[in-house]
Ligand binder design. Structure first.
Ligand code: LIP
Length: 256
């Protein structure tokens, strides 16, 4: 039942993305000039929340644009109505709807849908992860020096030890290929299906990572913070890999 609603909500959001993509829509700034929200983010968010509320009017919602709709429910829907909003606003088809479902504080379901590539990733706690209904697995590469990595950058940060620029330098100075797609949810799904061997980012929000986090775990990967501690959606560092290169990449991003 939860899964049916999740898929219905993801599809409803995806339809809005398709409807607005490359069209004319309102765009405004949030925390910084380039931290954008578009009319399509808001429309996608309402469509998703409406679908959830039709079946589960009392569930807790945490969504990028509206924030928290608090209830006493032990089920929390964590929604990014468009992950990759800057891409979306520029007509770059690397963006998606991302929805994670947390039960008693643990993510148990997740879906990430990029309608422009017709790719639907779904993960279910203990039951694996799929791309368009086919099981997916992380890559088998063991050597971090030969890996293909992806990362993302926050819109602002304090300069300091292992800040985003320093970490990027540590990695690219080794000559390791690093991509920047602009959607953390897609980055995580692409680690889950083996296109990338690892991903890291500073300062993500819970809605960027909720679904992708479960995708990587269920596809056999590993997720921690930069020190190797258990990952939580509510802290600011994420390191997700195929597992084999995890300690190698962890050392690298800490400048060791
Ligand atoms: C974005 C991410 C992107 C990250 C940005 C931002 P939005 O989410 O997915 O990869 O680097 O900091 O959080 O704002 O497009 O939903």
């Amino acid at each position: 039942m939860l899964k049916t609603t999740l898929l219905k909500a993801t599809e409803a959001g995806g339809k809005i993305l398709q409807q607005y993509f490359n069209g004319t829509f309102e765009v405004s700034s949030k925390s910084t000039l380039n931290d954008l929200v578009t009319e399509a983010d808001k429309k996608s968010e309402s469509a998703i929340i409406n679908v959830i509320h039709e079946t589960y009017p009392d569930h807790f919602i945490l969504s990028e644009e509206v924030g928290e709709i608090r209830t006493a429910s032990n089920i929390k829907w964590i929604i990014d109505p468009i992950d990759g909003t800057v891409n979306f606003a520029n007509g770059i088809p690397i963006c998606c709807v991302s929805i994670g479902v947390e039960k008693d504080g643990e993510v148990v379901l997740g879906a990430v849908y990029n309608p422009f590539m017709n790719e639907l990733f779904v993960a279910e706690k203990g039951k694996g992860a799929t791309l368009n209904d086919k099981p997916i697995h992380v890559s088998s590469k063991h050597n971090v020096e030969q890996s293909c990595l992806v990362t993302g950058f926050p819109y602002k940060w304090e300069d300091g030890l292992n800040d985003p620029l320093q970490v990027l330098q540590y990695v690219i100075r080794e000559g390791i290929p690093v991509r920047r797609l602009g959607s953390a949810a897609i980055d995580l799904c692409w680690v889950a299906c083996g296109r990338f061997d690892g991903f890291w980012e500073h300062h993500l929000q819970p809605w960027d990572a909720a679904a992708g986090y479960l995708m990587v775990e269920e596809a056999g990967g590993k997720i921690t913070d930069f020190s190797g501690n258990k990952y939580s959606l509510y802290q600011k560092q994420i390191l997700a890999t195929n597992g084999h290169i995890h300690s190698g990449l962890q050392h690298l991003i800490n400048g060791k």
